[in-house]
Design a protein around this ligand. Sequence first.
Ligand code: AMP
Ligand code: MG
Length: 422
Amino acid sequence: MKTLDQIAAELQGYDPQALPAAAVNEFLARLVAPVEQTEEVGIADALGRVLARDVVSPISVPPHDNSAMDGYAFDGAQLASGAALTLRVVGTAFAGKAWQGTVGPGECVKIMTGAIMPAGLDTVVPQEFTRAAGEQAIEIPAGALQRGDNRRFAGEDLMAGRPALRQGECLGPAACGLLASLGLPRATVFRRLRVAYFSTGDEILSLGEPPREGAVYDSNRYTVRGLLARLGCDLIDLGVVRDQPALLEQAFRSAAAQADAIITSGGVSVGEADFTKAMMKQLGDVAFWRIAMRPGRPMAVGRIGSSVLFGLPGNPVAVMVTFLAFVRPALLQMMGCREMAPPPLLRARSQEAIRKKPGRTEYQRGIVSTAPDGSLQVRTTGNQGSGVLSSMVQANGLIVLRHDQGNVAVGDEIDVMMFEGP
Ligand code: AMP
Ligand code: MG
């Protein structure tokens, strides 16, 4: 396990007082490591879990050449002349059992979608392309199809003996269905990440406490909880911790004893006259950064015991932005996900001019919509104050204005990180 100083020494131009957002991701990628323990889960419980081993197909899917359409199967060599064909129907192949029998030239078999292709046949004409030609025959017009049309090959989806899913795959609905299509009732996944989180600050009220002058209700614990729940983490809620060394020490020790990662909010700003930073420093290997970004400049990062610490700023919007930009990719890496990068950014045309200073990454709350011409457009939610959580609710994504970027003009294409989920 590398110390923070060792990681810092590996990074070019590391400046904790003005760290570019990209350098934060790079630092965290070197700080964290995937969990090692694995467990078996049933496919019904596998959604959102991360595969701990490659899955090799025990069977081919589909297991046989079969029909992609309801229609008539025949030997496509007869299409070579390019003329219309009249074929006598000599039987019917249903899905689920093989049709036994032989089919000669000038003959076909009525076939259902998914039914095994009878021996020697390689082409299916869809029902709707054909005309009846007497009682037991059909006519296929010239040029209606080509040899091999509407036939699915055995193993076209998955081939026996080949990897079907790779270690590090985060199992979505499609992957769960795919495992089931292989007849596999269980999967080996990494154990869930355990994340402890608490809010700090003497002015922070827990729900249920009466309002008090100068105090605000703790919203961060609920946004953090939601963000962690989306990742499928085991949640350890340690509440609001008052600004007293003994309480802070107890909270950090308890978190470190139970969790892979600790997420705090508040108490890491520069002028902060509290004990949070001192306690982090005392108990762990922790760096205090000023990130070249807005919102969310201050952040503490490091280790307490073997837990990774993410000390987020206190402002509610800054908490969400730093989580999405930095904590989320780091946690995905700890979960064993192969795809650690954030989902691809959208490019959308700005509906307004945005002031932007080069030399820091700015995240603005944005509303992406479809313009009348079908292209994507984005506007900001207006008030970008870092405490304004209501604008985070209105937004459907974060506009990401890159480090080197300057002012944005109306019509310029800019990047948007879309929020996921309902
Ligand atoms: P700090 O980073 O501790 O200086 O806090 C910055 C701002 O965020 C202050 O206005 C705090 O009152 C506010 N804040 C800190 N923690 C929370 C929290 N858990 N919920 C809501 N607001 C908070
Ligand atoms: Mg504070």
